[in-house]
Design a protein around this ligand. Structure first.
Ligand SMILES: [Zn+2]
Length: 466
C-alpha cells in the first residue's frame, strides 16, 4: 500500500520534472467523476443590475458563457432530486401542471409584489441561460414545492434530513482589533454535482439594497448573502415537532430571506420582516426549521426557529456563533430529539459533531479575543482545530470540514466573511483551508453596470460554439 503510494508520487514527480506531457495526459474521451474533491479555487463572478427580469437575463447569460451546459445540468440534477421517492406516484408532467396553482398560493403567503419580483428575476435567468422556466422553477423552489405543495396532495414525503454542516460566527466590540463587526458563514454540504456548482453575484437591483452573494448557480441566493448593510445566513437545525401548515409560514425560504436582505436596513428590521411573514427555516430547501443569522454593523442576531417558536441565542461580550444543534433550552421541547446512531460497536450522540465544531470555534474566538480582524476570522473558518483532541485534526468535526476523510461527499463548499464597515465580502469556493478568498466590494451602480455591460458585450461578440 505504502510503496504503491510512493511509486505514484515518484511518477508525478518525474512528470513534473521532465515536463513531458505525453507521459501523463488526461484522456478527455473517458468519462470522469465531477470530482470527488470539489470545485475549489477562485469563485466565478457575475455582475447584474436593474429590474428583476433584466438582471436575471444578465445572470443567465453570464452563466451560459461560463459553460453552456451548466444550468441545464443543474436543473436535471434538481429534477432528479425532487422526483426521488415519488416517481411512481406522480409524473413530471403532473408536477408541471400544478406550478401555476403553487405560484398563486405563495402570492397569498408572501404577497404579490415579492413573488413578482423574484419570479421575474427567475424568468430572466431562464431566458438568459436558455432553459425552460419550469426548470429554473425546480432549481429555486423544487424543495419547498415538493414538500409543502405536492405533499398536500396525499403524499407523505420525508423532510430533508441532512443536518451535519455549516458554521456561522460573528465578532465585534472588544473581540475585534478595531471594534468593528465581522460576520462569517461556512456552508457545509454535499460536494458532488450539482451542490458544488456555485457562482458569486454582485448585484445592484433597481429597488432595495445592493447585494453580494455566492449561491448554487441559477438560484436567488439566500443561504449566506450580504447587502451593503446586512448579512443573512441560514443553518440546518433538526426536525421540529410542529408540522408546518400547508405552505408553511412565510412561504419559500429562499424567496423570503432574499427579500429580507434586499430590503431590510438592520438586523432588527430583518427580524420584524421575518415575523411579519410568520417565517421559519434556514434556506431554500424544504427545511421546516433552522438557525437564522442577521448581522448589521452594530448588532448580531442569532435565532433558532421552529414553526411554533423563535428563540434568540444571547450574545456573548463581542461574539456569537452557531452550528446545527439546539442550544437554547427553551427550544428543546419544540424539536424531535435525535436518536443515538450506531457507529462501530457503540452509539454516538448525533449532535456530537455539531457541538464539537461549535466548541472548537468558540475556543479559537476566545484565544484570539481582542485581536480578531478579517484575516483572524478567515483563520478560524479555515481551521481544523479540534477541541476534543486539543490539536488540529482533519478527521474531526471542525470549522473547515472534510467529509472525504470520512468516506462522504460532504464538506465545506463555500466560505463567506463580511465586514460591512469596509463594504467588503470575502468568498472562498471549496475548503477555505486550501482555497483563496476572493474579495468583492460594494461599489457604485455605475461600476456594476459597466462590469455587467462589458460581460454581456463580450459574450455577444463571442461566436457560439455548437
Ligand atoms: Zn480544510
Amino acid at each position: 500500500m505504502r510503496s504503491s503510494t510512493f511509486r505514484v508520487l515518484f511518477c508525478l514527480l518525474f512528470v513534473a520534472v521532465s515536463g513531458d506531457a505525453q507521459i501523463a495526459k488526461v484522456d478527455e474521451s473517458l468519462p470522469r467523476l465531477d470530482a470527488l474533491y470539489p470545485a475549489r479555487g477562485p469563485i466565478p463572478v457575475i455582475y447584474a443590475y436593474g429590474e428583476p427580469y433584466e438582471r436575471g437575463v444578465q445572470i443567465g447569460t453570464q452563466l451560459r458563457a461560463f459553460d453552456p451546459d451548466i444550468v441545464p445540468r443543474m436543473a436535471a440534477a434538481r429534477w432528479d432530486w425532487v422526483m426521488t421517492g415519488i416517481e411512481h406516484e406522480i409524473s413530471r408532467g403532473e408536477i408541471l401542471e400544478l406550478i401555476p396553482d403553487y405560484l398563486e398560493a405563495i402570492e397569498e403567503t408572501m404577497g404579490k409584489d415579492i413573488v413578482d419580483e423574484y419570479i421575474g428575476e427567475m424568468r430572466g435567468v431562464a431566458d438568459g441561460a436558455q432553459v425552460p422556466f419550469n426548470d429554473l422553477f425546480i432549481v429555486n423552489l423544487g424543495g419547498h414545492y415538493r414538500k409543502y405543495f405536492i405533499d398536500e396532495r396525499g403524499h407523505n414525503l420525508s423532510y430533508y434530513n441532512g443536518a451535519d454542516g455549516c458554521s456561522s460566527i460573528a465578532v465585534w466590540g472588544k473581540a475585534t482589533k478595531d471594534g468593528k463587526m465581522i460576520a462569517s458563514h461556512n456552508c457545509d454540504w454535499a460536494r458532488n454535482f450539482p451542490n458544488n456548482a456555485h457562482a458569486a453575484v454582485v448585484m445592484h437591483p433597481a429597488n432595495g439594497n445592493p447585494l453580494i452573494y455566492a449561491a448554487p448557480i441559477g438560484t436567488w441566493g439566500s443561504h449566506h448573502i450580504a447587502s451593503d448593510r446586512l448579512f443573512v445566513a441560514g443553518l440546518a437545525l433538526g426536525k421540529p415537532k410542529a408540522k408546518p401548515r400547508y405552505l408553511m409560514p412565510g412561504g419559500p425560504n429562499g424567496m423570503l430571506q432574499r427579500w429580507i436582505v434586499q430590503y431590510a436596513n438592520s438586523a432588527a428590521e430583518a427580524r420584524s420582516m421575518l415575523d411579519s411573514k410568520g417565517g421559519v427555516g434556514d434556506r431554500g430547501y424544504a427545511s421546516p426549521s433552522g438557525n437564522v443569522v442577521y448581522v448589521d454593523e452594530n448588532e448580531a442576531m442569532y435565532l433558532q426557529t421552529a414553526p411554533d417558536k423563535i428563540g434568540r441565542i444571547p450574545n456573548e461580550d463581542g461574539y456569537n456563533l452557531v452550528t446545527n444543534h439546539v442550544v437554547l433550552d427553551e427550544m428543546r421541547s419544540h424539536f424531535v430529539q435525535r436518536k443515538p446512531q450506531a457507529v462501530g460497536d457503540g452509539f454516538v450522540d448525533p449532535e456530537a459533531g455539531s457541538i464539537n465544531r461549535r466548541q472548537s470555534e468558540k475556543f479559537l474566538i476566545e484565544k484570539n479575543y481582542g485581536n480578531l480582524d478579517v484575516k483572524g476570522v478567515i483563520d478560524i473558518m479555515s481551521s481544523h482545530y479540534d477541541i476534543s483532541s486539543g490539536r488540529d485534526n482533519i478527521f474531526a468535526d471542525t470549522a473547515c470540514q472534510h467529509g472525504e476523510y470520512k468516506g462522504r461527499f460532504s464538506g465545506t463548499n463555500l466560505s463567506t466573511v463580511v465586514k460591512l464597515s469596509e463594504k467588503s465580502v470575502w468568498i472562498a469556493l471549496g475548503n477555505p483551508c486550501v482555497s483563496p478568498y476572493t474579495k468583492l466590494t460594494f461599489t457604485s451602480l455605475e461600476e456594476v453596470k459597466r462590469a455587467a455591460d462589458l460581460a454581456m458585450k463580450r459574450i455577444a461578440s463571442t461566436p457560439t460554439q455548437q
